[in-house]
Ligand binder design. Structure first.
Ligand code: NAG
Ligand code: NAG
Ligand code: NAG
Ligand code: NAG
Length: 474
C-alpha cells in the first residue's frame, strides 16, 4: 500500500502573481529521493517523540481491537489463562482444567485445537465495516508467544505449523485492505510469559538481550515488512527498560526506512516508564478514560466483555456492556480528544459470537446517523456541559460547527445547553438525521434552550444518543 504524496506548494495552488517568484527553483533538478525524505529520526525519544502523528489516526476516532490466539481455546476466565492456571494457580482455573481435560494436559496441547475452522476474513471485514470502525488491530502475538502468522522465529508455535495451518494475519490483512475505509493494524506483545530466553534475560536483570535479539526484534521486522501494518500496537514490556527491547532503534527504522514509514502510527508501550510518556499516541492504561482534554493524542482501549479481552465461554449477559454504555464511551472519549479502540474476542474456530456482532452492528447504525459529530471532529473549548449532565461537545472548526451530543432525551423536550453562545438570526440548530431546523431561545447571561421535535419512537433518527449540529455559535 503506497501512502499518498505529501501535499506541497505546487504552482497550481498559488495565485498567478506568485508564480514568477517560484519558477527559478522549479527549474533546478529535483533533489535525490533520500534528501527529499526529511525529517529523519534518531534512535532517541527526543527525536522520535517529535514525529507528527500521521493525520489519519485522529480523524478515524473509532477502531476494533481483536484478541485472538490459543487462549481462545480454553476460552475461560481471561486471555491470561496460561498464567493464571500454571503460574498463579488460581483455584477456579486449576479446577476448570481438572474438570474438563485429562490429567497431563499441557497448555501447548491447546495449540492443535485452535482450528479457526470457520474463519472467513471477508465476513469479519464485513462486520467491522458495518460497525463504522476505521481501523482494526489484531493480536498477531499475545503473551503466550503463539504467532498468528508463520513467524520464522517461533519454532513451530504459530498458526501455520500448528492448529489452523493458515496465515491468519495475511488473510485478515487482505480482507481489510480490500475495504477502502478500513486500515489494518497489529498488536504485538514484546515479552512472552514462559520463553526460556526471556526468562534467562530476566534472571540477569535484563543485562543481556538474548530474547530481543533472537526473537522479538527479528519478528517485529518480519511483521512490518510482510504485512505493513499502519498501527503497531506494542504491549507487554514486562518492566524491562526500553534499551533492553532496543525500542528506539526499532522505531527509528520504522519511521525512517520501513515500508509504512509515512503512515504508521504507534502507541506508548515500549519499555518500563514509556507508557503515557513516549512513542506515538498515549494509551496510559487499559480502559483509559480521563474525562478531560489531554494535550497529547490518546486512545481508550476497552472491551465489550467487562472482564476479559479474549473470548470467554463463561461470560453471562450482564458481563457485556450494553450498546448505550458503548455509545457513551465513544462520545466521552472523542469529546476529550481520544480514539476508542473497542475489543472483541473471536472463538477458537474463527467465529465472532452474535453478541459481539450485534454490538458492532448497533454501533454502526448509530454512527450512520451521528458519525458527522464524531469522525474528523476536534475537541471544542468545553468537553461536556457543566449544567446539563450527559451532554458532550465536539467541533469542526473550518465549518464553524459545534456538535452537542446528548445521551438522555429530555422528557420536557427542552434541552438546556449552558456552554454555547448563540446569536439570533445567525445561529442554526439541527438534529442529525432530522431535516428541519429547531426553534431555540437564548438565555441571559449565556446558554440556550432548544425545543426538540415531537417524534414518535419510530421517528427517532437514532437510539442511545442524539447529536445537535450548531452552526455559528461561539
Ligand atoms: C465468506 O464471507 C463472505 C462475505 O460475507 C461470503 O460472501 C462468502 O461466501 C464466505 N465464504 C465462505 C467460504 O463461506
Ligand atoms: C474485495 O471486495 C469485493 C467487493 O466487496 C469482492 O467482490 C472481492 O471478492 C473482494 N476480494 C477479496 C480478495 O476479498
Ligand atoms: C538496535 O538499535 C540500533 C540503533 O539504535 C540498531 O543499529 C541495531 O541494529 C538494533 N539492533 C537490532 C537487533 O535490531
Ligand atoms: C417554531 O416556532 C414557530 C413560532 O412559534 C412555530 O410556528 C413553529 O411550528 C416552530 N417550529 C418547530 C419545528 O417547532
Amino acid at each position: 500500500m503506497r501512502p499518498p504524496a505529501a501535499p506541497g506548494l505546487g504552482p497550481a495552488l498559488l495565485p498567478p502573481l506568485l508564480l514568477p517568484l517560484l519558477l527559478p527553483p522549479l527549474l533546478l533538478p529535483p533533489p535525490p529521493a533520500a534528501a527529499r525524505r526529511a525529517p529523519r529520526y534518531d534512535p532517541t525519544w527526543r527525536s522520535l517523540d517529535a514525529r507528527p502523528l500521521p493525520a489519519w489516526f485522529d480523524r478515524a476516532k473509532f477502531g476494533i481491537f481483536v484478541h485472538w490466539g490459543v487462549f481462545s481455546v480454553p476460552s475461560f476466565g481471561s486471555e491470561w489463562f496460561w498464567w493464571y492456571w500454571q503460574k498463579e494457580k488460581i483455584p477456579t482455573y486449576v479446577q476448570f482444567m481438572k474438570n474438563n481435560y485429562p490429567p497431563n494436559f499441557k497448555y501447548e496441547d491447546f495449540g492443535p485445537l485452535f482450528t479457526a475452522k470457520f474463519f472467513n476474513a471477508s465476513h469479519w471485514a464485513d462486520i467491522f465495516q458495518a460497525s463504522g470502525a476505521k481501523y482494526i488491530v489484531l493480536t498477531s502475538k499475545h503473551h503466550e508467544g503463539f504467532t498468528l502468522w508463520g513467524s520464522k522465529y517461533s519454532w513451530n508455535w504459530n498458526a501455520v505449523d500448528e492448529g489452523p495451518k493458515r496465515d491468519l494475519v495475511k488473510e485478515l490483512e487482505v480482507a481489510i485492505r480490500n475495504r477502502t475505509d478500513l486500515r489494518f493494524g497489529l498488536y504485538y506483545s514484546l515479552f512472552e510469559w514462559f520463553h526460556p530466553l526471556f526468562l534467562e534475560d530476566k534472571s540477569r536483570s535484563f543485562q543481556q538481550q538474548q530474547f530481543p535479539v533472537s526473537k522479538m526484534l527479528p519478528e517485529l521486522y518480519e511483521l512490518v515488512n510482510k504485512y505493513q501494518p499502519e498501527i503497531l500496537w506494542s504491549d507487554g514490556d514486562a518492566d524491562a527498560p526500553d534499551y533492553y527491547w532496543n525500542s528506539t532503534g526499532f522505531l527509528a527504522w520504522l519511521y525512517n526506512k520501513s515500508p509504512v514509514r509515512d503512515t504508521v502510527v504507534t502507541n506508548d508501550r515500549w519499555g518500563y516508564g514509556t507508557i503515557c510518556k513516549h512513542g506515538g499516541y498515549y494509551t496510559c492504561s487499559d480502559r483509559y478514560d480521563p474525562g478531560h482534554l489531554l494535550p497529547h493524542k490518546w486512545e481508550n482501549c476497552m472491551t465489550i466483555d467487562k472482564f476479559s479481552w479474549g473470548y470467554r465461554r463463561d461470560a453471562g449477559i450482564d458481563d457485556y456492556l450494553t450498546i448505550k454504555e458503548l455509545v457513551k464511551q465513544l462520545v466521552e472519549t472523542v469529546s476529550c480528544g481520544g480514539n476508542l479502540l473497542m475489543n472483541i474476542g473471536p472463538t477458537h474456530d474463527g467465529t465472532i459470537s452474535v453478541i459481539f456482532e450485534e454490538r458492532l452492528r448497533q454501533m454502526g447504525t448509530w454512527l450512520k446517523v451521528n458519525g458527522e459529530a464524531i469522525y474528523e471532529t476536534h475537541p471544542w473549548r468545553s468537553q461536556s456541559d457543566d449544567i446539563t449532565p450527559n451532554v458532550w461537545y465536539t467541533s469542526k472548526r473550518k465549518q464553524k460547527l459545534v456538535y452537542a451530543i446528548f445521551l438522555e432525551w429530555p422528557t420536557s423536550r427542552s434541552l438546556f445547553l449552558s456552554q454555547p453562545i448563540a446569536t439570533l438570526g445567525v445561529t442554526q440548530i439541527k438534529l442529525l438525521g432530522h431535516g428541519q431546523p429547531l426553534n431555540w431561545t437564548s438565555l441571559k447571561p449565556n446558554g440556550l434552550l432548544i425545543q426538540l421535535p415531537h417524534l414518535t419512537f419510530h421517528q427517532m433518527p437514532s437510539k442511545w444518543g442524539w447529536a445537535l449540529a450548531l452552526t455559528n455559535v461561539i
